[in-house]
Ligand binder design. Structure first.
Ligand SMILES: [Zn+2]
Length: 83
């Protein structure tokens, strides 16, 4: 590895610790739930999930799990920000 690359790798590790540098703008994830798989999307700062619970509550276990995994780089839904 050349010396320029070593500096980049060191910077990457530092950036990865500084989550406030990052804002995830859109993602699409398939979540394998206990009963079924669901597609979760983040678009324009808003979550969406295809499951029935999300349709009624605008949040669900699938979006909340992703919020926990990606804390600091994705917006919080109403439910988790109230907790
Ligand atoms: Zn869901």
């Amino acid at each position: 590895m050349h010396s320029g690359m070593i500096g980049k790798v060191e910077k990457a590790h530092r950036y990865a610790q500084e989550r406030d540098r990052f804002k995830l703008r859109s993602i699409e994830v398939t979540v394998r739930g206990d009963n079924d798989s669901h597609t979760v999307r983040l678009e324009d700062g808003r979550w969406a999930c295809g499951c029935d619970f999300f349709g009624h509550n605008r949040t669900c276990a699938h979006t909340m799990a992703l919020e926990i995994m990606l804390e600091g780089i994705v917006p919080k839904s109403v439910a988790t920000s109230a907790a």
